[in-house]
Design a protein around this ligand. Structure first.
Ligand code: ADP
Length: 814
């Protein structure tokens, strides 16, 4: 084995070899025809010279084969290049394709197999062997062993690769270091900026601080002071302070003791705060709070102090005032009648004033720390929770709640609750509570009584209206509407009401005047009953009694009563009373008349009879006749009277049955006038009667109607003066017959025209003349009424009276 050559030696060697090969080829060219030379060359050549046939089998090989591959020439001849020689047969294929392409190949490197199995690196130059016709016969080549070079190359490559890796490693290391360096530089730069900024910031902070900042040296002389110190110490600039002693500011030694103590015993990071009274150069006293901390140098030696000074002078005053007002407020809150309560976010009571205890009956310590919900009724518990959820979203609440007091009483509370929110977080609520139990009860009672009065109003048998302070009608009850028909839609003001209710202007004025007069006279709660006729909505007139009452509220209360019916009844009653009284009077008059009427003929009869008897022997015959005539006439008068009474009582008792027949009224007149002829002649009264030109028949009871005509004619004669005239007229209208007896006698007072038809009644004009019984006309009326007719009296314009009756032509026969 050779010594391991250096790379440079190897390089040199390879070059030489290449030059050798080149020289050899030149020689080959010269000596190609000299076999000898050729053989020698071949045998002595270091390179392997070979020849193969078309199939790659070795046909010739130079002796170098033994050195290069370990095979003898004999062993080598016949070996196939692809199968036996090349390590990778693909390399042989590659070699052949290159060779066939150009006909020759140069410096083709390949790996061959040695006999001992090791690898032989070779460099081959080869050419195709062709015959004269150009047909390929095989390959001829020169192969050189380059194993050593290859190994060196490999090593070199390895060394290169290793170096590369190392360089890479180093480079990446360097890159890394570089990067870190860069980073550090950036950070430093940044921190420099930050430092610079923070320095400025600190400067700003220190300068702008409200607190004074002092840096003291170990002798407690001022090294540094900010502007606030100047302000507190009342000096114009910082420079005035630098170098001065703090003792100049703090008057008394004991006050500075804390800083001094720290010099002796203080530790780093320790600070002390206390309040001092300082004195400025101008002599003003300042209350300050001083916070001091000692400074130490590198060797932990005391280096002075840092002091922060806060001016409390103004604040102290405010604080004192605040304290006083807080005390006042606290007393106020405690003394308040309204309950005040604070609860936390879980509705646990954290404060309650005395009023809460007063309301609930629980002691303060029984309330604080408890959940509010525990004191509530079941119903109110749910209510509270819903209220609290509203507080949680920041809503203010005003609500009612029921609590159970310590004595078990249920109390009504009104709560006004405000949420307490800090940094958007619900912390609880502040509530003002008021006990409204009594108020509620009163309200309830009021409501009940209102209800009661409303019912009374509505159910009242009277109409009720309420007029407000502005004279407008504000309420009408049902009965009002029932009485008048009007509703509040019809009128609002008093004026409108008056116009509706009293359309007649004169009457309206009267009513309004009475109303205003009463208002003036009668005060609150007093009233006077008034009665007016009101025109209702249906235009009917009702008599209404009014009772107005002015209330303390300024409202007016009116009570109405419909007294129309009552008034009518009263009127009727009055009338019947009057009638009864009249009847009574008539009766008395009748009785006196009757006794007189009965007595007069009776006296006549008895007187003449007595006289006749006593003088029976003395009197003459003529006198006897006179006596008997008197007795007869008196008897006849009596008979008339008795007949009248009997007739009327018969008629009134309904014992007279009328016989309705078709009769001529003129016939009755003719008949009755005939009866009176003697009397008429006696009184020199003439009768005027013309037979009618129309048919004067009707259905009537002839006997009864004759009686009526008889009575009327008898009266006319009786109350006519002698020489008078009586006219009897008949008329017919529609289906009625009329008869009138017209005299020119005394006549009848107008207001007695109706009265004379009453029983036993005589007109005031004729009474003294002792007329008759007063029954004749009553009998007439009864008869005519029974005939469904009418009878009446009138006065004539020229004096005298006319009595007429009407008979219906046909009678409804019962
Ligand atoms: P008497 O004639 O018997 O009194 P009457 O009933 O017939 O009773 O009449 C009642 C009264 O009416 C009379 O008393 C008289 O006062 C009045 N009277 C009746 N007829 C006439 C008449 N033609 N003129 C005036 N007064 C009359």
């Amino acid at each position: 084995m050779l010594d391991k050559p250096t790379y440079e030696e190897l390089e040199q060697r390879v070059k030489e070899l290449e030059q050798d090969t080149y020289k050899n080829y030149q020689t080959e060219e010269v000596l190609k025809n000299s076999e000898e030379f050729y053989k020698k060359l071949v045998d002595s050549s270091l390179d392997l010279i070979y020849r193969t046939d078309q199939t790659g089998n070795i046909t010739f090989i130079s002796p170098a084969v033994k050195r290069l591959s370990g095979y003898t020439i004999e062993e080598a001849i016949g070996m196939n290049m692809s199968e036996d020689v090349y390590l990778n047969p693909e390399e042989r294929d590659h070699f052949l394709s290159k060779l066939s392409k150009n006909g020759y190949i140069q410096n083709f490197e390949a790996q061959l197999k040695r006999k001992d199995g090791s690898t032989l690196w070779v460099n081959t130059n080869a050419q195709l062997l062709k015959d004269e016709d150009g047909k390929v016969l095989g390959v001829e080549g020169v192969t050189r062993d380059i194993t050593v070079r290859k190994q060196v190359e490999e090593k070199l490559q390895k060394a290169y690769a290793e170096m590369e890796i190392k360089v890479e490693e180093r480079t990446s290391e360097l890159v890394k270091i570089n990067e870190e360096l860069q980073k550090e530089i950036t950070i430093r730069k940044q921190s420099e900026i930050v430092l610079k900024e923070s320095k400025e910031l600190y400067k700003d902070v220190i300068t702008g601080m409200n607190e004074g900042l002092l840096l003291l040296d170990k002798n407690l002389r001022i090294e540094f002071a900010n502007l606030s110190v100047c302000k507190i110490a009342e000096v114009a600039s910082v420079s005035e302070l630098i170098g001065t002693s703090v003792f100049d500011f703090f008057e008394d030694e004991p006050q500075i003791k804390q800083i001094k103590d720290q010099r002796e015993t203080g530790h780093e990071g320790e600070s002390h705060v206390s309040e001092f009274v300082g004195k400025t150069k101008s002599g003003n006293k300042k209350v300050v709070r001083v916070s001091t901390s000692p400074r130490f140098d590198k060797d932990h030696n005391y280096a002075g102090a840092l002091a922060v000074i806060t001016d409390l002078t103004g604040k102290k005053e405010i604080e004192n005032r605040l304290k006083a007002s807080e005390k006042q407020f606290r007393t106020l809150v405690e003394r308040m009648h309204e309950g005040l309560m604070l609860d936390d976010e879980n509705h646990v009571c954290i404060y309650a004033n005395q009023a809460i205890s007063k309301i609930s009956g629980y002691r303060n310590d029984e309330i604080i720390g408890k959940r509010i919900i525990e004191f509530l009724t079941a119903e109110s518990k749910t209510k509270l929770l819903s209220e609290k959820s509203k507080r949680k979203i920041g809503e203010i609440g005003y609500y009612e709640i029921k609590i159970i007091s310590k004595s078990g009483k249920i109390l009504d509370l009104i709560i006004s609750s405000t949420p307490i929110v800090e940094d958007n977080v619900y912390k609880g609520s502040f509530a003002v509570l008021r006990d409204v139990t009594e108020q509620k009860q009163a309200e309830k009672a009021l409501k009940e009584s209102e209800e009661k009065y409303r019912t009374l109003f509505e159910k009242s048998p009277f109409g009720i209206a309420v007029i407000d302070k502005f004279n407008n009608y504000s309420f009408l009850n049902l009965n009002f509407i029932k009485i008048f028909g009007y509703t509040l839609d019809d009128f609002l003001t008093g004026k409108e009401w008056f116009k509706l209710a009293y359309p007649d202007e004169a009457y309206r004025k009267k009513v309004i005047k009475a109303w205003l007069d009463d208002k003036e006279i009668y005060g609150t709660g007093q009233s006077r009953l008034r009665i007016f006729d009101v025109v209702c909505k249906d235009q009917l007139v009702k008599t209404i009694s009014f009772k107005p009452v002015t209330l303390q509220t300024g409202e007016q209360f009116l009570i109405y009563e419909d007294i129309t019916e009552r008034k009518q009844l009263e009127e009727q009653l009055l009338k019947s009373k009057e009638q009864a009284e009249a009847a009574n009077k008539a009766k008395s008059e009748f009785l006196s008349n009757m006794s007189h009427e009965l007595r007069t003929p009776m006296h006549g009869i008895l007187g003449f009879a007595k006289l006749g008897i006593s003088r029976i022997n003395e009197i003459k015959k003529e006198n006897h006749l006179m006596f008997f005539t008197e007795i007869k006439e008196s008897g006849e008068k009596l008979l008339v009277l008795l007949n009248d009474i009997l007739d009327l009582s018969k008629l009134e008792a309904g014992r007279v049955v009328n016989e309705f027949e078709e009769n001529k009224l003129s016939s009755s007149v003719t008949m009755v006038t005939g009866e009176f002829q003697l009397l008429l002649d006696e009184k020199d009264i003439s009768i005027v009667f013309r037979q009618p030109e129309f048919l004067d028949t009707a259905f009537f009871d002839r006997f009864q109607i004759n009686q009526v005509i008889r009575n009327l004619l008898s009266n006319a004669i009786k109350f006519s003066n002698s020489g008078g005239e009586i006219r009897i007229e008949l008329a017919r209208q529609n289906k009625n017959l009329f008869l009138s007896v017209i005299d020119n006698g005394l006549g009848i007072p107008n207001n007695e025209l109706e009265l004379v038809f009453d029983k036993f009644t005589q007109s005031s004009k004729t009474k003294t003349k002792a007329g008759g019984t007063g029954l004749g006309l009553a009998i007439c009326r009864k008869i005519i009424n029974d005939h469904k007719g009418k009878i009446w009296a009138e006065n004539n314009l020229n004096g005298g009276a006319t009595f007429s009756f009407m008979l219906p032509y046909e009678q409804e026969v019962a």
